[in-house]
Design a protein around this ligand. Structure first.
Ligand SMILES: C[S@@+](CC[C@H](N)C(=O)[O-])C[C@H]1O[C@@H](n2cnc3c(N)ncnc32)[C@H](O)[C@@H]1O
Ligand code: SF4
Length: 492
């Protein structure tokens, strides 16, 4: 049975020495446990470029952390779903920040985080406005951070309108990853999402505004691809407006050479004061997002693990340690110490080898199982690739599809935590049941009898029999026990 590896305990500053000890306990402290050359559908060279980037590799997001610095508040377009004025420390959604930084402050913060969070591998600028429109601050921040921490990967997010003007500088600065938000390729549809754009010294509205934006986005995408920069395309799925159309968007961005397409649900709430929030435009349900993602699978590679994070997020995807690193908590002066990050990397290389080997074993076991159903399984995890979180403590579940063909990650679903230590469990439980629509089983580190019985009554099984297993292996073992002739073999 696999052991808990402290990669999952990411809240406290993680000690690489502790992780090594934990690995030794599980009998896997040497690098002879195998190594991962990356997924079969990716060249080793490409894998080398994305393997430490939590947004570009689903596998990397178990191990590596990103941070965003909010140095780019200004924006040159208006999206009907965006309002950056709304600021709440407890809310995790794009465009929200606790404090805006100047490049000086940003450099200080990045160094402080790199010293404290050894998982840090990526620095991104995702607003809260537009990284390309606020280019001077974006550029200065990246240049100065690169001098201090040269191995940090740099990435930025943009609506694409100003992007073509800066592609050469982006290439010169070795920014290897760029995200462009493309919600439509048809200006008539775009006009329902963008009321205006500011371009060439004037404001444009209607279909004309969208036409300009969409042309610039495609041009920017082509220019980046021509310079061998990896492009992720974000698309916000807006039911009744661009949901069906995103199939066309997927085809178009694939043809232009986008590396990854991230279809993410519209977040819409009247309290956010956005046009869509105020007009009652709803976001899609998790099953609607999954159905669309399944339809476009086979187009460009899909990102399914996006957490739609804040523009000042810090940590592993799905957690946010941003509030630990506000400017008023940072020391007067900071200087970068690479030791912990370097040690962490060497430990992760070993753990990843073990994880990859176990995944392969689980796949082989599943291939033996015939005539078994295709199911969705929700997993409670705190990271590190393990089933290692109490059902009642989960604020999101990772959802996997399992069939005789294998175990595939299909997305995450955010929920209100069930255990409150007070009132609200009833409401949280109802929300969890609604969010887990389509899921047949929950696997977690522990679950009480009461919530387990209640889940059972609404047709969802729950089990802690695979606590601390690697996720894929645990799912495979559970599935084989339920539907196969023999339980799956686990080696860890
Ligand atoms: C805040 S933006 C910053 C980067 C850049 N301005 C852009 O739009 O790409 C980051 C991402 O959040 C998305 N976003 C903003 N508000 C959203 C909402 N209410 N629902 C879903 N996605 C949203 C944007 O579409 C974009 O992909
Ligand atoms: S482009 Fe980005 S920052 Fe600007 S309005 Fe749209 S989502 Fe908000």
């Amino acid at each position: 049975m696999a052991q808990l590896i402290s990669l999952g305990s990411l809240k406290a500053p993680t000690s690489a020495a502790k992780m090594r000890a934990s690995l030794a306990k599980s009998g896997c402290a040497s690098s002879s446990c195998g190594s991962s050359d990356g997924p079969a559908d990716m060249s080793p060279e490409m894998w080398e470029r994305v393997k430490d980037h939590p947004c570009y590799s689903e596998e990397a997001h178990h191990y590596f952390a990103r941070m965003h610095v909010a140095v780019a508040p200004a924006c040159n377009i208006q999206c009907n779903y965006c309002n950056r004025k709304y600021d709440c420390a407890n809310e995790s959604r794009p465009g929200v920040v606790s404090e805006r930084l100047d490049p000086d402050q940003a450099v200080k913060k990045v160094i402080a985080v790199a010293n404290e969070v050894p998982q840090l591998s990526v620095l991104g600028i995702a607003g809260p406005g537009d990284a390309c429109y606020d280019w001077r601050k974006t550029k200065e921040t990246f240049e100065r951070v690169s001098k201090e921490i040269p191995d940090l990967k740099l990435c930025l997010s943009t609506n694409g309108l100003a992007l073509p003007d800066y592609v050469d500088e982006i290439a010169d600065m070795a920014i290897d990853h760029v995200t462009i938000t493309i919600n439509a390729i048809d200006p008539e549809i775009g006009a329902k999402i963008y009321p205006w754009v500011f371009y060439d010294h004037r404001r444009w509205t209607g279909v004309e505004a969208s036409r300009i934006l969409l042309e610039r986005q495609m041009l920017g995408l082509e220019m980046l691809v021509a310079r061998d920069i990896l492009v992720k395309v974000n698309s916000v799925m807006i039911p009744g407006i661009n949901d069906a159309h995103l199939i066309e968007v997927n085809k178009a961005v694939k043809e232009k050479g986008a590396f990854l397409h991230n279809i993410m649900p519209l977040i819409s709430d009247p309290a956010h004061g956005t046009h869509f929030g105020l007009t009652g435009q709803r976001g899609p349900t998790p099953m609607e997002v999954k159905a669309l993602q399944d339809k476009v699978e086979g187009g460009t590679k899909l990102m399914r693990h996006c957490r739609q994070c804040r523009a000042d997020a810090v940590g592993i995807l799905g957690e946010d340690r941003g509030q630990e690193f506000t400017m008023d908590q940072l020391p007067e002066t900071v200087s970068y110490d690479p030791a912990r990050r370097e040690e962490y990397r060497s430990v992760v290389a070993t753990v990843r080898g073990e994880h990859a080997a176990t995944k392969e074993a689980a796949k082989a076991d599943l291939a033996e199982v015939r005539d078994a159903p295709v199911l969705l399984v929700a997993v409670a995890t705190r990271g590190g690739g393990r089933i290692n979180l109490h059902f009642g403590h989960a604020q999101e579940f990772q959802v996997f599809e399992v069939s005789p063909g294998g175990v595939t990650f299909v997305g995450h679903r955010k929920v209100e935590q069930y255990c409150h230590g007070g009132h609200g469990e009833e409401r949280a439980f109802d929300g969890i049941v609604e969010t887990l629509q389509g899921v047949s089983t929950v696997l977690c580190a522990k679950i009480g009898e009461a919530p387990k019985d209640r889940l059972e009554k609404v047709g969802i099984k729950a089990s802690d029999a695979h606590a601390f297993d690697w996720i894929e292996a645990g799912i495979a073992a559970w599935y084989a026990a339920e539907y196969g002739t023999q339980p799956a073999m686990l080696t860890a």
